[in-house]
Design a protein around this ligand. Sequence first.
Ligand code: NAP
Length: 245
Amino acid sequence: MRTAIVTGASSGIGEASARALAGDGWRVICVARRVERVERLAGELGNGAAGLRLDVTDQDSVDQFVAQVDRCDLLVNNAGGAKGTTAIADSDPAEWEWMFQTNVLGTVRVTKALLPKLLAAAAGLVINVVSIAGHYPYPGGAGYNAAKFGERALTSVLRQELAGTPVRVTELDPGLVVTEFSLVRFGWDQAAADAVYEGVEPLSAADAAEAVRWIAAQPPHVNIDSLTIAARDQIGPRKVPQTRR
Ligand code: NAP
């Protein structure tokens, strides 16, 4: 059965993508560090779904995970996130390290390990969940911006390097989406996380997941190179509250 692997499926866009793909008939392998969450999700999805532990920052974890996978037609590199909003003058190298390890190196590790299986598939597809933060830098965002610019670059290179093979590559760039993203960014400070979405109606994880489902539903000769999905109330980096009819 055509099989999708979704990283970071324990929460947010990844969890919603796993649900949307399962609804479209995919067998979904849901992976994350919080294995109890992905096991529970896989139990709900049925259709041969599995929940497995994966830490994308740890090569041994990636190797152990890939050894358990029999096929991969679709890889959704979604695991990632941000830490902190400090200016470069006050920046914490540990936060930068975390963001590069998860968003950039994690994507490379998992893609590299699954590439033989993607190439063996009839119509392989890699969807990298990047961000509009990879297009629009902003004060306090340097570490996350740099990581997502990097993830965009590697996505473009992968697309070019796989040209001539059946494997397609897509960059998906969501804007504001309500998930655990801001909680993680602000060390689980709920008030700080809520303030990010104040005055605007952000996307839901299901909205972003619908983009993943649609990209994966295209016929094999169609490559969605990039797709940006934003809330009505966000233009580029700007939040635009509703003020007129
Ligand atoms: P989220 O709810 O915090 O989900 C992040 C997921 O990444 C979790 O499932 C987490 O699982 C996983 N993850 C983090 N570190 C990991 C690691 N080392 N190994 C494996 N999995 C790891 O945030 P989200 O908004 O859904 O984020 C998903 C992706 O969308 C990220 O790449 C994010 O940068 C991107 N994005 C988010 C937004 C937004 O506004 N929310 C906008 C644009 C792009 P565990 O902690 O269980 O491992």
